[in-house]
Design a protein around this ligand. Sequence first.
Ligand code: A2P
Length: 326
Amino acid sequence: MTDNIQLASGSKLPSIGLGLWKIAPDDVAPTITSAIDIGYRHFDSACDYGNEAEVGNALQQVLQSGKVKRDDLWITSKLWNTYHRAEHVRPALEKALSDLQLDYLDLYLIHFPISLQFIPFDKRYPPGWVTNPDEASPHMEPVAVPIRETWEAMQELKEAGLVKEIGVCNFNCALLRDLLSYAKIPPAVLQVEMHPLLTQEKLLRFCRENDIAVTAFSPLGALSYFSIGMAAEGESLLDREVIKQIAADHQCTPAQIILRWGVQRGTAIVPKSTHPDRLRENFSLFDFELTEDEMATINNLNENRRFNDPGKFGEEAFNTFMPIYE
Ligand code: A2P
């Protein structure tokens, strides 16, 4: 069993999605097939993940198998930073649709409030963060594109019927408030990093009060970041005594407790796994409920610890100081 989050438009975003970031191209098809068999219908993709063509092939296979219809699926993708100029937004979406072999997306998100110099598709796709990856000191090249310009082009995609919903990622309250001041179509969804070490209560409350649904990426916290050197030993939530105790009390796993906390506070979650047993585990969150005390205990783990921060990795990995949350 899964659950849905009703968006301002009335459409329903499945609470549990499969995050496709860091799934190697060869693993995409078996992972998506397993996920579909387990019951996943929500898939969280992006140009920048570098596997949209493989995701498209896998989706085609499951659609042709007759296991699911297009209407049953919720497919999200994201506009990359190099395509923020109005004239690049629709071509970027059309490229994603072509790779995904779809004629519409359920949700298209601005991936970051960061605009980088345009790189033509035939030069490099996905373009990634840096302008000059082959040089000794690759760096990002920011360009001054107002978010309003990008958002107005996003609105046109919805008006053209190419996407059902539009939204943003990695925005804070101030950016959202500014966006809401001019948006003809307000963002349906905000996607941000969110887990018990980064609870973001105020952002969540702001979104609730403004009818913006929230999707939590990296809902398990550090796990996704060990392999890329962005989390330190000891930061895994799975090893926390309080989480282990609550898991034992509910006869489930620590990962299920962390993910259940995410859905129970009203956010959608998009955990990634390529392992069928974990895919199943992460999808089995609706046959138990955390008590108010347990929710509060987990909330108290908050350390405002952000793993995915361009203000940090921008400089470390791409020689470019790119703070956005400060
Ligand atoms: P794996 O794919 O090997 O299962 P993200 O934060 O991007 O959602 O990634 C989640 C990370 O946690 C991945 O590295 C994934 O690895 C791992 N993972 C996903 N589900 C579980 C689980 N139930 N228990 C332990 N690790 C998990």
